[in-house]
Design a binder for this molecule. Structure first.
Ligand code: KG4
Ligand code: ZN
Length: 347
Protein backbone atom coordinates (compact mmCIF):
# COMPACT_ATOMS: atom_id res chain seq x y z
CA UNK A 1 0.00 0.00 0.00
CA UNK A 2 1.32 3.44 -0.99
CA UNK A 3 0.25 6.32 1.25
CA UNK A 4 0.78 10.05 0.90
CA UNK A 5 1.22 11.78 4.28
CA UNK A 6 0.46 15.48 4.75
CA UNK A 7 1.47 17.45 7.86
CA UNK A 8 0.31 21.06 8.31
CA UNK A 9 -0.48 21.32 12.03
CA UNK A 10 1.85 24.21 12.80
CA UNK A 11 4.70 25.92 10.96
CA UNK A 12 6.08 23.20 8.69
CA UNK A 13 4.47 22.09 5.45
CA UNK A 14 5.63 18.48 5.19
CA UNK A 15 4.76 15.57 2.91
CA UNK A 16 5.97 12.00 2.48
CA UNK A 17 5.31 8.77 0.64
CA UNK A 18 5.30 5.55 2.65
CA UNK A 19 5.01 2.13 1.08
CA UNK A 20 3.99 -0.75 3.32
CA UNK A 21 6.49 -3.10 1.64
CA UNK A 22 9.35 -0.79 0.70
CA UNK A 23 9.18 1.68 3.62
CA UNK A 24 9.69 5.41 3.27
CA UNK A 25 10.12 6.37 -0.39
CA UNK A 26 10.48 10.15 -0.21
CA UNK A 27 9.82 13.08 2.07
CA UNK A 28 9.88 16.85 1.69
CA UNK A 29 9.50 19.72 4.10
CA UNK A 30 9.12 23.44 3.77
CA UNK A 31 9.74 25.33 7.00
CA UNK A 32 7.99 28.64 7.69
CA UNK A 33 10.51 29.52 10.40
CA UNK A 34 11.98 32.50 8.52
CA UNK A 35 8.49 33.99 8.02
CA UNK A 36 7.50 33.70 11.69
CA UNK A 37 10.93 34.66 13.08
CA UNK A 38 10.28 38.40 12.84
CA UNK A 39 7.21 37.99 15.09
CA UNK A 40 9.10 35.84 17.61
CA UNK A 41 6.62 32.96 17.28
CA UNK A 42 4.09 31.30 15.00
CA UNK A 43 1.34 33.59 13.65
CA UNK A 44 -1.57 31.18 12.99
CA UNK A 45 -3.19 33.07 10.11
CA UNK A 46 0.11 33.47 8.27
CA UNK A 47 0.87 29.79 8.85
CA UNK A 48 -2.43 28.70 7.26
CA UNK A 49 -1.98 30.95 4.25
CA UNK A 50 1.55 29.75 3.66
CA UNK A 51 0.47 26.09 3.82
CA UNK A 52 -2.01 26.90 1.04
CA UNK A 53 0.82 28.34 -1.08
CA UNK A 54 3.30 25.55 -0.49
CA UNK A 55 1.38 22.31 -0.19
CA UNK A 56 0.50 21.58 -3.84
CA UNK A 57 3.99 22.34 -5.26
CA UNK A 58 5.52 20.26 -2.45
CA UNK A 59 3.35 17.23 -3.29
CA UNK A 60 4.32 17.59 -6.97
CA UNK A 61 8.03 17.65 -6.08
CA UNK A 62 7.59 14.69 -3.76
CA UNK A 63 6.00 12.58 -6.49
CA UNK A 64 8.78 13.56 -8.90
CA UNK A 65 11.40 12.54 -6.31
CA UNK A 66 9.84 9.09 -6.06
CA UNK A 67 9.12 8.90 -9.82
CA UNK A 68 5.46 8.25 -9.07
CA UNK A 69 2.17 9.85 -10.06
CA UNK A 70 -0.98 10.63 -8.08
CA UNK A 71 -2.81 7.63 -9.48
CA UNK A 72 -0.23 5.34 -7.82
CA UNK A 73 -1.57 6.32 -4.37
CA UNK A 74 -3.62 3.80 -2.41
CA UNK A 75 -4.50 6.19 0.40
CA UNK A 76 -3.99 9.69 1.79
CA UNK A 77 -3.17 10.53 5.41
CA UNK A 78 -3.26 14.03 6.85
CA UNK A 79 -2.79 15.46 10.34
CA UNK A 80 -6.25 15.84 11.84
CA UNK A 81 -5.05 17.36 15.14
CA UNK A 82 -3.96 18.60 17.59
CA UNK A 83 -2.63 21.86 16.17
CA UNK A 84 -3.64 25.24 14.79
CA UNK A 85 -7.19 25.03 13.38
CA UNK A 86 -6.55 27.03 10.20
CA UNK A 87 -3.29 25.26 9.47
CA UNK A 88 -4.83 21.81 10.03
CA UNK A 89 -7.74 22.66 7.72
CA UNK A 90 -5.38 23.21 4.78
CA UNK A 91 -3.86 19.73 5.00
CA UNK A 92 -7.18 18.08 5.84
CA UNK A 93 -9.01 19.69 2.90
CA UNK A 94 -6.26 18.86 0.47
CA UNK A 95 -5.98 15.29 1.79
CA UNK A 96 -9.72 14.69 1.67
CA UNK A 97 -10.06 16.25 -1.80
CA UNK A 98 -7.19 14.23 -3.22
CA UNK A 99 -8.52 10.99 -1.79
CA UNK A 100 -12.03 11.71 -3.09
CA UNK A 101 -10.71 12.57 -6.54
CA UNK A 102 -8.56 9.45 -6.69
CA UNK A 103 -11.20 7.18 -5.20
CA UNK A 104 -8.91 6.03 -2.37
CA UNK A 105 -9.46 6.15 1.41
CA UNK A 106 -8.39 9.13 3.52
CA UNK A 107 -7.38 9.05 7.15
CA UNK A 108 -6.91 11.83 9.70
CA UNK A 109 -3.88 11.07 11.88
CA UNK A 110 -3.20 12.21 15.44
CA UNK A 111 -0.05 14.35 15.30
CA UNK A 112 1.31 12.99 18.58
CA UNK A 113 0.73 9.39 17.52
CA UNK A 114 2.89 10.33 14.53
CA UNK A 115 5.67 11.54 16.85
CA UNK A 116 5.23 8.51 19.08
CA UNK A 117 5.73 6.03 16.26
CA UNK A 118 8.36 8.02 14.29
CA UNK A 119 11.19 5.85 15.73
CA UNK A 120 9.63 2.95 13.77
CA UNK A 121 10.81 4.65 10.56
CA UNK A 122 14.44 3.86 11.40
CA UNK A 123 16.30 0.65 10.54
CA UNK A 124 17.07 0.12 14.20
CA UNK A 125 13.52 0.20 15.50
CA UNK A 126 11.72 -0.78 18.69
CA UNK A 127 9.22 -3.61 18.97
CA UNK A 128 5.88 -3.26 20.79
CA UNK A 129 5.56 -3.00 23.76
CA UNK A 130 7.79 -0.09 24.73
CA UNK A 131 7.91 3.08 26.80
CA UNK A 132 7.78 6.47 25.11
CA UNK A 133 9.02 9.85 26.24
CA UNK A 134 7.17 12.37 24.10
CA UNK A 135 8.64 15.83 24.31
CA UNK A 136 7.41 18.57 21.99
CA UNK A 137 6.29 22.18 21.97
CA UNK A 138 2.85 21.29 23.28
CA UNK A 139 3.34 17.99 25.13
CA UNK A 140 5.56 16.35 27.70
CA UNK A 141 4.48 12.86 28.52
CA UNK A 142 5.55 9.37 29.38
CA UNK A 143 3.41 6.64 27.84
CA UNK A 144 3.32 2.89 27.84
CA UNK A 145 2.83 1.76 24.26
CA UNK A 146 1.43 -1.77 24.08
CA UNK A 147 0.56 -1.63 20.36
CA UNK A 148 -0.94 0.63 17.71
CA UNK A 149 -3.56 2.77 19.47
CA UNK A 150 -2.85 1.19 22.87
CA UNK A 151 -1.37 4.07 24.80
CA UNK A 152 -1.44 4.45 28.57
CA UNK A 153 -0.33 7.83 29.84
CA UNK A 154 1.94 7.28 32.85
CA UNK A 155 2.78 10.91 33.48
CA UNK A 156 2.51 14.30 31.82
CA UNK A 157 3.21 17.95 32.37
CA UNK A 158 0.89 19.69 34.78
CA UNK A 159 1.69 23.05 33.19
CA UNK A 160 4.17 24.07 30.46
CA UNK A 161 5.48 21.52 27.99
CA UNK A 162 9.26 21.17 28.02
CA UNK A 163 9.54 22.54 24.46
CA UNK A 164 7.51 25.56 25.56
CA UNK A 165 9.93 26.08 28.46
CA UNK A 166 12.83 26.00 25.97
CA UNK A 167 11.02 28.51 23.76
CA UNK A 168 10.24 30.86 26.67
CA UNK A 169 13.81 30.61 27.98
CA UNK A 170 15.06 31.58 24.52
CA UNK A 171 12.78 34.62 24.52
CA UNK A 172 13.91 35.86 27.89
CA UNK A 173 17.55 35.38 26.91
CA UNK A 174 16.92 37.26 23.65
CA UNK A 175 17.76 34.24 21.53
CA UNK A 176 16.28 33.60 18.10
CA UNK A 177 13.06 31.73 17.39
CA UNK A 178 12.64 28.74 17.41
CA UNK A 179 13.87 28.60 20.95
CA UNK A 180 14.89 24.99 21.49
CA UNK A 181 17.76 24.84 19.02
CA UNK A 182 18.87 28.38 20.02
CA UNK A 183 19.07 27.53 23.72
CA UNK A 184 20.96 24.32 22.86
CA UNK A 185 23.44 26.27 20.73
CA UNK A 186 23.92 28.95 23.38
CA UNK A 187 24.42 26.25 26.05
CA UNK A 188 27.43 24.93 24.13
CA UNK A 189 29.33 28.03 25.31
CA UNK A 190 28.07 27.74 28.88
CA UNK A 191 30.11 26.59 31.84
CA UNK A 192 28.95 23.76 34.06
CA UNK A 193 28.71 24.57 37.75
CA UNK A 194 28.20 28.31 37.42
CA UNK A 195 24.48 28.02 38.11
CA UNK A 196 22.41 25.11 39.34
CA UNK A 197 18.70 25.10 38.54
CA UNK A 198 16.05 22.90 40.20
CA UNK A 199 14.96 19.54 38.75
CA UNK A 200 11.19 20.02 39.29
CA UNK A 201 9.17 17.24 40.93
CA UNK A 202 12.04 14.77 40.95
CA UNK A 203 12.18 14.72 44.77
CA UNK A 204 8.73 13.16 45.10
CA UNK A 205 7.27 9.99 43.67
CA UNK A 206 5.26 9.97 40.46
CA UNK A 207 5.84 10.49 36.77
CA UNK A 208 4.23 13.90 36.19
CA UNK A 209 6.26 16.93 35.15
CA UNK A 210 6.08 20.64 35.84
CA UNK A 211 8.23 23.13 33.97
CA UNK A 212 6.72 26.49 34.82
CA UNK A 213 8.72 26.79 38.07
CA UNK A 214 11.95 26.11 36.18
CA UNK A 215 10.99 28.81 33.68
CA UNK A 216 10.39 31.29 36.52
CA UNK A 217 13.69 30.30 38.18
CA UNK A 218 15.44 30.99 34.86
CA UNK A 219 13.75 34.38 34.58
CA UNK A 220 14.65 35.37 38.15
CA UNK A 221 18.27 34.28 37.69
CA UNK A 222 18.53 36.28 34.47
CA UNK A 223 17.02 39.40 36.14
CA UNK A 224 19.41 39.08 39.10
CA UNK A 225 22.44 39.08 36.82
CA UNK A 226 21.52 41.92 34.47
CA UNK A 227 23.62 45.09 34.55
CA UNK A 228 22.12 48.62 34.89
CA UNK A 229 21.18 48.53 31.19
CA UNK A 230 19.27 45.29 31.74
CA UNK A 231 21.85 43.35 29.75
CA UNK A 232 23.48 40.02 30.50
CA UNK A 233 27.12 39.41 29.68
CA UNK A 234 27.60 36.87 26.89
CA UNK A 235 29.08 34.38 29.33
CA UNK A 236 26.23 34.71 31.82
CA UNK A 237 23.67 34.23 29.06
CA UNK A 238 25.44 31.06 27.94
CA UNK A 239 25.76 29.82 31.54
CA UNK A 240 22.03 30.33 32.13
CA UNK A 241 21.17 28.50 28.88
CA UNK A 242 23.44 25.66 30.00
CA UNK A 243 21.94 25.47 33.49
CA UNK A 244 18.39 25.52 32.10
CA UNK A 245 19.09 22.81 29.52
CA UNK A 246 20.95 20.71 32.07
CA UNK A 247 18.05 20.89 34.55
CA UNK A 248 15.34 20.29 31.92
CA UNK A 249 17.09 17.29 30.38
CA UNK A 250 18.07 15.82 33.78
CA UNK A 251 14.42 16.02 34.82
CA UNK A 252 13.30 14.16 31.70
CA UNK A 253 15.95 11.48 32.17
CA UNK A 254 15.16 10.96 35.87
CA UNK A 255 11.43 10.52 35.13
CA UNK A 256 12.03 8.30 32.11
CA UNK A 257 14.27 5.99 34.15
CA UNK A 258 11.70 5.95 36.95
CA UNK A 259 9.09 4.82 34.39
CA UNK A 260 11.47 2.09 33.20
CA UNK A 261 11.87 0.70 36.70
CA UNK A 262 8.14 1.00 37.49
CA UNK A 263 6.99 -0.82 34.36
CA UNK A 264 9.86 -3.23 33.79
CA UNK A 265 9.89 -2.32 30.08
CA UNK A 266 13.34 -2.50 28.56
CA UNK A 267 12.84 -0.36 25.45
CA UNK A 268 12.39 3.40 25.53
CA UNK A 269 11.65 5.61 22.55
CA UNK A 270 12.17 9.33 22.59
CA UNK A 271 10.07 11.41 20.23
CA UNK A 272 8.99 14.98 19.51
CA UNK A 273 10.97 18.14 18.79
CA UNK A 274 12.91 18.23 22.07
CA UNK A 275 14.09 14.71 21.22
CA UNK A 276 16.45 16.42 18.76
CA UNK A 277 18.31 17.92 21.74
CA UNK A 278 21.83 16.55 21.85
CA UNK A 279 22.27 16.88 25.61
CA UNK A 280 19.07 14.86 26.18
CA UNK A 281 20.14 12.21 23.66
CA UNK A 282 23.57 11.83 25.23
CA UNK A 283 22.23 11.60 28.78
CA UNK A 284 19.60 9.04 27.81
CA UNK A 285 22.11 6.97 25.85
CA UNK A 286 24.46 6.91 28.89
CA UNK A 287 21.63 6.03 31.23
CA UNK A 288 20.36 3.29 28.92
CA UNK A 289 23.78 1.70 28.94
CA UNK A 290 23.95 1.83 32.73
CA UNK A 291 20.46 0.39 33.17
CA UNK A 292 20.86 -2.14 30.38
CA UNK A 293 17.87 -0.97 28.38
CA UNK A 294 17.62 0.03 24.73
CA UNK A 295 16.81 3.60 23.77
CA UNK A 296 15.57 4.55 20.30
CA UNK A 297 15.57 8.02 18.76
CA UNK A 298 14.27 9.01 15.36
CA UNK A 299 16.89 10.91 13.29
CA UNK A 300 16.69 14.59 14.39
CA UNK A 301 14.65 15.64 11.31
CA UNK A 302 11.99 13.07 12.26
CA UNK A 303 11.95 14.27 15.89
CA UNK A 304 10.56 17.62 14.80
CA UNK A 305 7.42 17.87 12.65
CA UNK A 306 7.60 15.90 9.41
CA UNK A 307 5.38 14.20 6.84
CA UNK A 308 6.99 10.77 7.17
CA UNK A 309 5.45 10.06 10.57
CA UNK A 310 1.98 10.96 9.26
CA UNK A 311 2.35 8.79 6.14
CA UNK A 312 3.60 5.92 8.34
CA UNK A 313 0.80 6.02 10.94
CA UNK A 314 -1.75 6.61 8.17
CA UNK A 315 -0.50 3.52 6.36
CA UNK A 316 -0.72 1.38 9.52
CA UNK A 317 -4.25 2.51 10.27
CA UNK A 318 -5.47 2.25 6.66
CA UNK A 319 -4.03 -1.26 6.44
CA UNK A 320 -5.92 -2.11 9.62
CA UNK A 321 -9.10 -1.15 7.76
CA UNK A 322 -9.67 2.25 9.29
CA UNK A 323 -10.59 5.36 7.27
CA UNK A 324 -12.42 8.64 7.73
CA UNK A 325 -15.46 9.77 5.81
CA UNK A 326 -15.43 13.05 3.94
CA UNK A 327 -17.35 14.89 6.66
CA UNK A 328 -14.64 14.48 9.30
CA UNK A 329 -13.40 17.82 10.55
CA UNK A 330 -10.07 18.70 12.13
CA UNK A 331 -9.53 18.43 15.90
CA UNK A 332 -7.29 21.27 17.11
CA UNK A 333 -7.57 19.84 20.65
CA UNK A 334 -7.31 16.07 20.81
CA UNK A 335 -5.89 13.95 23.63
CA UNK A 336 -3.70 11.03 22.65
CA UNK A 337 -5.37 8.96 25.37
CA UNK A 338 -8.58 9.13 23.28
CA UNK A 339 -6.98 7.10 20.49
CA UNK A 340 -8.07 3.54 20.01
CA UNK A 341 -6.93 0.32 18.51
CA UNK A 342 -7.96 0.27 14.81
CA UNK A 343 -11.32 -1.38 14.40
CA UNK A 344 -12.76 0.09 17.59
CA UNK A 345 -15.38 2.81 16.96
CA UNK A 346 -13.83 6.25 16.43
CA UNK A 347 -14.91 9.32 18.36
O1 KG4 B 1 7.51 18.24 17.71
P1 KG4 B 1 7.72 19.65 17.34
O2 KG4 B 1 8.50 19.96 16.10
O3 KG4 B 1 6.36 20.41 17.23
C1 KG4 B 1 5.31 20.17 18.12
O4 KG4 B 1 4.53 19.23 17.84
O5 KG4 B 1 5.27 20.90 19.15
O6 KG4 B 1 8.43 20.32 18.61
C2 KG4 B 1 8.77 21.66 18.61
C3 KG4 B 1 9.45 21.96 19.94
C4 KG4 B 1 9.72 23.44 20.11
O7 KG4 B 1 9.35 23.82 21.41
C5 KG4 B 1 11.23 23.53 19.89
O8 KG4 B 1 11.79 24.62 20.56
C6 KG4 B 1 11.69 22.20 20.43
O9 KG4 B 1 10.72 21.29 20.00
N1 KG4 B 1 13.01 21.81 19.91
C7 KG4 B 1 14.10 21.65 20.70
C8 KG4 B 1 15.17 21.32 19.82
N2 KG4 B 1 14.67 21.28 18.55
C9 KG4 B 1 13.35 21.58 18.63
N3 KG4 B 1 14.25 21.78 22.02
C10 KG4 B 1 15.48 21.56 22.51
N4 KG4 B 1 16.56 21.26 21.76
C11 KG4 B 1 16.46 21.12 20.42
N5 KG4 B 1 17.53 20.82 19.68
ZN1 ZN C 1 5.04 18.04 16.53
Amino acid sequence: MLVLGIETSCDETAVALYNSEKGLLAHRLYSQIAMHAEYGGVVPELAARDHIRKLVPLVRELLEDAKLVLSDLDGVAYTRGPGLAGALLVGASMGQALALGLGVPAIGVHHMEGHLLAPMLEDLRPEFPFLALLVSGGHTLLADVAGLGEYTILGESLDDAVGEAFDKTAKLLDLAYPGGPSVAKEAEHGQAGHFRFPRPMTDRPGLDFSFSGLKTFTLTTARDHENEDHQLTEQTRADIAYAFQDAATDTLVIKAMRAVSQTGRNELVVAGGVGANRSLRNKLADMAQQENIKVFFPRPEFCTDNGAMIAYVGCLRLMAGESDDIAVAVRPRWKISELQIPGAART
